[in-house]
Design a protein around this ligand. Sequence first.
Ligand code: CA
Length: 226
Amino acid sequence: MRVLVVEDDEGIAAGLQAHLRQLGWAVDLSDSVAMAWAALRAEPFDLVLLDLGLRDGDGTTLLGRLRAAPEGLPAPDTPVLIMTARDQVASRIAALDMGADDYVTKPFDPDELAARMRALRRRAAGRAQPVLAFGPLRVDPAARTVLLDGQPVVLSAREFGVLLALAEVRPRVLSRAQIEAKLYNWDQALDSNAVEVHVHHLRRKLGDGVIRTLRGVGYFIPEDSA
Ligand code: CA
């Protein structure tokens, strides 16, 4: 999952980035409405964590702009989770009514935040079940575990990220660029064949049938994956 953190408190932003990266997510930081808007127009994000008091304005300005955007980049239905102070009840209500999906009040527990983020991802994907089960595989996004025929499979963080990205949209095809965008931040160097290498390793560990190639387009997990 690719996350945009919009927060002007450097300490909070850095702490969040470190914590969420440990969970295997790609996290980019913006400290203003203007920078966040530019980021959302440039890259596809799966979720936005939004502080309301930013250096150049209110986070709800960004939220309003996002929800009013035409289809494309930014995606107007990107889930938004707001981060507010305990006494900002009115702003919180306003943000929820403007299209924010959930909120946490500062100071918050980062593990609770991560669980809320996973819940938003499920909802955005139209799922209620926390574990993705298909064919002989069970993929658990919270525990970051994979079972193949009931047996645990050890995957690297990137391999897990590729598998989860494809499983979440199954049976839709994701291009290599779309998968890369979910795995890597702006500041991470990227080998041109990184995704191919991860897919190669996944096929070795899970069998050839799970991830299919649509030549010239990308990768997908078919409905009847086995
Ligand atoms: Ca702030």
